[in-house]
Write a protein that binds this ligand. Structure first.
Ligand SMILES: Cc1cc2nc3c(=O)[nH]c(=O)nc-3n(C[C@H](O)[C@H](O)[C@H](O)COP(=O)(O)OP(=O)(O)OC[C@H]3O[C@@H](n4cnc5c(N)ncnc54)[C@H](O)[C@@H]3O)c2cc1C
Ligand SMILES: *[C@@H]1O[C@H](CO)[C@@H](O)[C@H](O)[C@H]1NC(C)=O
Ligand SMILES: *[C@@H]1O[C@H](CO)[C@@H](O)[C@H](O)[C@H]1NC(C)=O
Length: 550
């Protein structure tokens, strides 16, 4: 598929003409750039970038890293959150730009277009399948970690947050200014704002306040022409698409204006475990009827894992909760609605909201909130994740069958996140994220391992796929839905960019249901040449001669 190089602005045309002769030669040489980046290629690139970047200071050359630069590998690796993609075989970018100014982004886009290089956009690098920093074709990375300022405005209950910020930084900066404000987003502090907010973003306040995408007021994006747009200038269709459709199909999102939510000064958390011997099956069974119907202020997550208690195999269910209220009220609520869990008075722990964030990240009591500014996670693993939606509670027999399967496979961990509340009130079409009313809970399948190599990888991929297969009768159908931010390339990909509509709509409708078509329409309007693409990017209609159906 040809990239439709749009006409740059007259100012840029004048500047590019001086280098256009060299650029033509360089395009073909580029294919070999990753093998041995020689100086002339670097120079030509840098010249293009410098010519098109309007920022005098710092110059773009000082934030561009070629493979010959000693910082290239540390920078590449510092935001890879899955060890599967740190091997020598992992495809590497021709170079990495780490913008400190929006003009660096504009220049990177325009030069990549001229050179027919694909762009991968990375903010926090938490993409489970690494799609923000790998590709089978020559590519560069625009790495957003330098752009991470956060400006909180408590008075109008909003904040401007740059994409390279982490969720931990957002929570920290809000709490710094107000004890009674928060933001509904993920529970892992190192997740990046850029990917998270463009792909949905859920956390333990979603039953009360919805997703991150339900709490965004404005955004700044650089589009395929290098134009910097805000909500007003991008229009409501594009603003709709980037709130859940995955930003990287549409442009580089520089920053977001988020809407803060009010939280009580005192919230309550608990974390208890129950094994099969302690009645886990009955309790989880009951949870399926309580989790999505109980008070919106309460979010009870269940994490289920196989354990080997002194050779007697069992399954352990961990219940972790956040309640937006005090312990006394929660104790009464639990007594009334979920006595089966058997909580004791001392299980209820009162906290400020920011301390509840630390609690949910498993930091020991007393840990300073400063740890939320730490950008490197506590541990790194090889991993694979998948997701499903449960629309009918499973029977006890079904749960027992699942436990047996988990004990047989030994490894996989399941996380159940309850829906309902605000999630059921927001219409499916409001944002690209379609998994609203009718879902009881979402399952995350997770498998981690420490051994290097293809054999270990194949073994663990097989385990998680078998568990996913086992769950087929119990989960959503037509389509079997998945959560975009739980990236899963098993669902299908764009391959090398030439898939039919029916192939693309397989994974497209799993993530977006009917919203996939609107995403295709928006993509066609804003990027008909399909410059912003990756393995699971939204294709434009031009990819199928203007028609959705075959
Ligand atoms: C440890 C861990 C915990 C998690 N916990 C949660 C959770 O509690 N809730 C939840 O909802 N999800 C969770 N996730 C999933 C997470 O939301 C997604 O992986 C999310 O996309 C990560 O964003 P990122 O910026 O870190 O990732 P990246 O890998 O940088 O990006 C992910 C995708 O977004 C694109 N993108 C990134 N930045 C931009 C930008 N500025 N402009 C345009 N496109 C961009 C990338 O190209 C890629 O396609 C978790 C993931 C991990 C690894
Ligand atoms: C894409 O697929 C169509 C139909 O199969 C084919 O005609 C076309 O040549 C392909 N294009 C590319 C670039 O591979
Ligand atoms: C990009 O520029 C081209 C050529 O000037 C124009 O036709 C197109 O509408 C522009 N795209 C956007 C999204 O503004």
């Amino acid at each position: 598929m040809m990239i439709n190089v749009a006409k740059p602005s007259s100012q840029i045309v004048m500047k590019t003409q001086t280098t256009s002769a060299t650029l033509a030669i360089v395009s073909s040489l580029l294919l070999h750039a990753s093998m041995a980046a020689s100086d002339p290629i670097q120079d030509t690139f840098l010249q293009c970038l410098s010519n098109l970047s309007q920022s005098p200071s710092p110059p773009i050359s000082s934030v561009t890293y070629f493979p010959t630069n000693p910082s290239y590998t540390p920078i590449l690796h510092s935001y890879i959150r899955n060890l599967r993609f740190t091997t020598p075989k992992t495809p590497k970018p021709s170079f990495i730009v780490t913008p400190t100014h929006v003009s660096h982004i504009q220049a990177s886009i325009l030069c990549s277009k001229i050179h027919n290089l694909q762009v991968r956009i990375r903010s926090g690098g938490h993409d489970y399948d690494g799609l923000s920093y790998i590709s089978d074709v020559p590519f560069i990375i625009i790495d957003m970690f330098n752009l991470r300022s956060i400006t909180v405005n408590v008075e109008d209950e909003s904040a401007w947050v740059e994409s390279g910020a982490t969720l931990g930084e957002v929570y920290y900066r809000i709490a710094e200014q107000s004890k009674i404000h928060g933001y509904p987003a993920g529970v892992c502090p190192t997740v990046g704002v850029g990917g998270h907010l463009s792909g949905g973003g859920y956390g333990n306040m979603m039953r009360k306040h919805g997703l991150s995408v339900d709490n965004i007021l404005d955004a700044q994006i650089v589009d395929v022409n290098g134009s910097v747009l805000d909500r007003e200038s991008m229009g409501e269709d594009l603003f709709w698409a980037i709130r859940g459709g995955g930003g990287a199909s549409f442009g580089v999102i520089v920053s977001w204006k988020i809407k803060l939510v009010q939280v009580p000064e005192v919230v309550t958390v608990f974390r208890v475990e129950r094994t099969l011997e302690q009645g886990a099956t009955d309790i989880v069974h009951q949870w399926q009827y309580v989790g999505d119907t109980i008070d919106d202020d309460l979010f009870i997550r269940v994490v289920v894992m196989p354990v080997n208690r002194k050779t007697q195999k069992t399954v352990k269910a961990k219940f972790v909760a956040l309640y937006l209220g005090n312990a006394e009220k929660l104790e009464a609520l639990m007594g009334e609605r979920f006595p089966q869990l058997g909580l004791k008075h001392e299980d209820y722990v009162e906290r400020g909201w920011i301390e509840s964030v630390l609690y949910w990240s498993n930091y020991p009591i007393g840990t300073s909130a400063d740890i939320l500014l730490e950008r490197i996670p506590q541990s790194e693993k090889f991993l694979k994740k998948k997701s499903d939606y449960i629309q009918e509670p499973m029977s006890k027999a079904g749960l027992e069958g699942l436990w047996n399967k988990m004990m047989e496979l030994k490894k996989p961990v399941l996380t159940f996140n309850p829906y309902g509340g605000k999630m059921s009130e927001i219409p499916e079409l409001d944002t690209p994220f379609p998994h609203r009313a009718g879902n009881v809970y979402k399952i995350q399948y997770s498998v981690n391992w420490k051994e290097e190599g293809v054999e270990a990888e194949d073994k663990h991929l097989d385990l998680i796929r078998r568990l996913y297969e086992h769950m087929t009768p119990y989960v959503s159908t037509s389509p079997r839905c998945s959560y975009l931010n739980y990236r899963d390339v098993d669902l299908g990909t764009n391959g090398n960019g030439n898939v039919s509509y029916s192939e693309a709509s397989v994974w497209g409708t799993k993530y977006f249901k009917g919203n996939f078509e609107r995403l295709v329409q928006v993509k066609t309007a804003v990027d008909p040449g399909n410059f912003f693409r990756y393995e699971q990017s939204i294709p434009p209609l031009t990819a199928w001669n203007g028609k959705m159906a075959e």
